[in-house]
Design a protein around this ligand. Sequence first.
Ligand SMILES: Nc1ncnc2c1ncn2[C@@H]1O[C@H](COP(=O)(O)OP(=O)(O)OP(=O)(O)O)[C@@H](O)[C@H]1O
Length: 580
Amino acid sequence: MKTVFSYAKPYKWPIIIAIILMLTELSVELIQPLLIAKIIDDGILSGDVNVIWTWGSVMMGLAFVALFSGVINSYFAAHAAQSFAFDLRQALFRQVQAFSMATFLRFPTAGLITRLTSDVNMAQNVLFMALRIMMRAPLLVLGSLIMAFVVNVKLALYLLIGAPVLLVFLVIMARKGVGYFSNVQKRLDRVNRVIQENLQAVRLIKAYLRGAYEASRFSKVADYLRRDTVKAMRMMELILPVLLFIMNVSLMAVLWFGAIEIGNGDAQVGELVAIVNYAMRMTGAFSMFAFIIVALSRAKASSERMEEVLLANEDLEHHNSESSSMTRFDGDLRFENVSFHYPGKPEPILDNVSFHVAPGEKLAIMGATGSGKSTLLNLIPRIFEATEGKIYVGGVEVNEWGLKDLRDAIGLVPQQSILFTGSILENLSWGDVEAAPDELEEAAKKAQIHESIDLFPKKYGTRVGQKGVNLSGGQKQRLSIARALVRKPSILILDDSTSALDVKTEMALWESLEKEAATMLVVTQKVQTAIGADHILLLDEGKVVGYGKHADLMKQSALYRKIAESQSEEEAITDVTDHS
Ligand SMILES: Nc1ncnc2c1ncn2[C@@H]1O[C@H](COP(=O)(O)OP(=O)(O)OP(=O)(O)O)[C@@H](O)[C@H]1O
C-alpha cells in the first residue's frame, strides 16, 4: 500500500487540515459526556439552574464547532482524495504506456482496465473515508476509554472485559478480508474481459448468431463475481453483530456494577451516565469497524494489484531519455543470424534469419500463415527484442538507436488497420503531429485514399467512429498506409496491408509507393506483388527457405514454385469465369 499511497504526498496540507478538523470534531464528541455529567451532578441533582444554563450553552457552542469542522473536513478530504486518484491513475497509465510488449503481455488487458478504474476508485474511497471516519473511529474508541478512566477508573475497567477477544477477532477478520476481496477483484477482471471481447466482436457475434451463447458466458462470469462478493460480504457481515455483542456485554457489566458502586457511595450518578455515554460512543465507533475493515481489505487487495503495475520496471521503454544524438538513418537494413522466441515460450518463432536490404530497395516477405512474418517485422522497431543475432538499421545496431530516433524513422502499417475515434485529419496527423495539412493530404494522395475522402461530405473533417466502424476495410487500410507515409519514413513496413484493396487500386498504390525513397518491407501472399520487389524472402516455420528475385526463386524453391503455380491456376480460373 506504501507505493500507492505515496501518490497522496503532494496533498499533505489538505490532508493535515482535514485531520486537524477531524480531531476537533472528535474532541467535541469526547468532551460532551463530561459536560453532561457536570450538568447532572452539579446542576440537576444540586438544583442549580445557572450551572445547567452555562454548561448547556457551552455544549451548544461546541456542537456548532463540530458541525463546521465536519463540513470543512469533508471539503478537504474530497479534494485530497480526488487529486490523489487523478495522479495515481495518470501514473498507472503512463507506466502501462512505457511497458515493453513483453511486460504488456504479462497483464491481461481487462485486468489493466480494472486496475485503472475500479482499483483506483477503491484507493480513492479509502483515503476519503480515512480522513472522514476511519481514523476517527479508532481514536473515538481510544479517547472514550481514556475519558471513561478519567471519570471513574473502577467503572471504566468493566469496559475492558471484552477487549482481548475483540482485538483477536478484528485481526483475523482483516487478514481474511484481503484474500477474499483480492478474489473479488480478479473476478471483476474476468467480467471486464468478457464484456471487452464481446463489444469488440459484436458484428461477428451477430453474424454467427452467438448472442445467446455469449449471454450465457457473461452470466457465468458475472455469477462467479456475485458468489465471491457474497462470500466476502457474508464474512464481513459477521463483524458487526459480534462487535455489538461484546460491547453490549461490557455495557451490562458497567450498569450492573455501576449500580452497586453508587449504592456503596463509590460512584456518582453523573459518572455512571458519562461512562455509559462513552460506552455507547465506543459501540457506535465499533459499528464503523466492520465498514472500515471491508474498505481496508478491498483497498489493500487493490493496492497490491496496482503496485504490480507500478513496480513492473524490468524493461520499460524510455523513449525520450534514450534519444541519441545520431542523425536520421538511411533505409539500410540488415538481419544477421536473428532468432526469436516469445517470452515464456521456448519454441523459436524465427530461426537464424539473415538478409540485407539496401536503402530504397523493396523486400517482399512471403510464407505460410504463422511462419513468423509479422514477428520479424516487429523486431525492427524493437516492439520485441531479438533473442539472438543482430539487426542493423542505417549500419547501426537497433539497440544503439534511441527508441524515439528509431521509431520516428519507421512507418509501420500493421496487419489489422487500427484507427482512433476522431476526424480523418486527426487520424492522419497521428503519424506526425507536426505535419502540415497539405503534407497530410499529400500522404493521402500517395495512399490512394484522397479521392474517397473527397467524396465524404465533411472531407478530411469526417469523423472516424470507434476503430473505424464507418469505413470500409480497404479505406481503413489505405488510411493506415497514409498515416505511415506522413512520417516520411526511412523504412516503410507493410504487413499484408493491401489485402482488402481491389486489383486496380492496389496497382495504383504500388505505382505511387515506387516513387517513395523509403526502403520497403512488404508482407504479401500475392506472387504478383512480390514480382515487383527487388528481393523476395520466403519463410517457413521461422526459417529462411528462399531469398532472391522471382526468377531465382522459381528455379531454387519448390515451395515458391508451388505458391506461384497455385496462384496462376487461380488466375486462370478467374479469367475463365470472367469470360463466361
Ligand atoms: N504474443 C505471442 N505470444 C506467443 N506466440 C505468439 C505471439 N504472437 C504470435 N505468436 C506465434 O508466433 C508464430 C508466428 O506468428 P506471426 O504472426 O509472426 O506469423 P505470420 O507469418 O505473420 O502469420 P500470418 O500470415 O497469419 O499473419 C505463430 O505460431 C503464433 O502463434
